[in-house]
Design a binder for this molecule. Sequence first.
Ligand code: MCA
Ligand code: AMP
Length: 503
Amino acid sequence: MANILYDALFGKHAGCDTPFLWLPDGSKVTHAAFLKQAAQFAHVLTDAGLNVGDRVAIQIDKSGASLAIYAACVQAGFVFLPLNTAYTADEVEYFVENSGARVFVCDPANADGLQSVADGAGAQLETLDIDGVGSFADKAATKETTFVTVDRGADDLAAFLYTSGTTGRSKGAMLSHKNLLSNSEVLADLWQFTSDDVLLHALPIFHTHGLFVASNITLLAGGSMIFLPKFDVDVVIDKLPQATTIMGVPTFYTRLLNDDRFSKELASKMRLFVSGSAPLLAETHIDFEARTGHRILERYGMTETNMNTSNPFEGERRAGTVGFPLQGVELKITDPNTGETLPNGEIGILEVRGDNVFQGYWQMPEKTAEELREDGFFITGDMGVIDGDGYVQIVGRNKDLIISGGFNIYPKEIEEVLDAQNGVLESAVVGVAHADFGETPVGVLIPKAGAAPDLEAITAHLHNTLARFKHPRKLILMDALPRNTMGKVQKNILRDQLKDLFG
Ligand code: MCA
Ligand code: AMP
């Protein structure tokens, strides 16, 4: 046995003084320095009494150190669980408890509020801030800078990423060493990543896109990353001439196009712009090419499956499509009612199978069985069609999901909060087109007879309960929800009525 993921991503760089991370102030972190820090973190976790396979949850700002916790977990055989920094304490409580995390690292500023969360879940609370200061770093400072890598099998777990659903609580998608490694190998090869690449990294690292796609591919190829805490258009424009590639959600590209400083000259050293996590409008693709001469490469993936399809690196990158199934990924379009495979040209549900597909949802065998067929095909819930040339096009979703700026929002979660408010009989949350975020949630409230719900109080309650990005951009009172003859709420009618709300 060995540890294929650690060896391929990290171990091979041991002792290399080549740059790995370029920080916003222009300073660099070498591969060797990064791995020394990761080894120290691995000692802290091991000394905390963790056993191989235990979970380590983190909710901290993006930094070289937060990425080093990921490397530490891979090296020491722990399961890495990164959490969106926007989540409220209420939301975090569920993830820490459900995952059975043994260590939970949070920002020092949030430690008072999260101590009870950690205590309730039986996790050891540690802190680390964006500058690498906190109890976790203090403990690491005195540790050895080498760590004997723990053997792990290809199907052993490397990470949990939680994903919501249309019903019930969030599910922990279990990702194995093989899931992560196979996908990054295929993508690094397809997108021709090399050690000369400098990836402008402005995505968060608590999701597949920023963590596994961007970081794993760069590590595999031995390249470096300009590691920015977030997408700030001024900083991105400033750093772009030093980069060769960038990965982003469509909002990155629309924001760049809205800025006159973003020009062909600025992008002249770039060799690749990748988009994913949400649909890229064909119009953005076309405007981008007109401005820069580059065609954005759009690809399609999911938390449960990593990446499934990609437009070609060489060959036509077709606007409005997500390209072809990746090498090793089987993709079929099926009838939503019967599960039968449909011929090319017909719209149905996308199903995928391959080494990229996860191991199931943590401690939820029934949910796993609903979405992962016994023969290994995962039912994505995305509606698509394969055109005559084999390009896959996503045409919609068979799941009630809103994607705002690349973040997934499940209306059901917001509706449950709204339904419980004073004077509210029922509610419906729908996604409405938004120029910056692609879509944004709007809440429609139906008052109880004679009641007048207090929209300000409801908004305040939402702020305390749900992450900021999930807050409906607007709450609207209506007399009744449109329903079909079966009594089902017709969200398509609401979406149509509200489609011009944001211009
Ligand atoms: C921040 N806010 C948002 C969002 N992000 N609201 C809605 N949708 C968002 N995505 C909040 C902020 O808290 C802020 O609140 C207000 O909206 C305006 O913030 P703004 O400054 O405009 O936002 P930002 O901080 O610039 O962030 C926008 C962003 C960011 C750059 C698009 O959300 C982002 O980096 N998104 C990428 C998400 C991602 O990595 N997705 C991949 C997951 P206030 O009003 O209080 O100031 S999906 C995935 O991994 C799959 C597998 C795949 O295929 O890739
Ligand atoms: P997540 O659950 O956060 O992994 O989000 C995965 C979902 O994002 C997919 O099921 C799709 O609905 C959507 N998605 C990802 N990439 C694309 C894309 N290029 N075009 C359209 N939708 C996408």
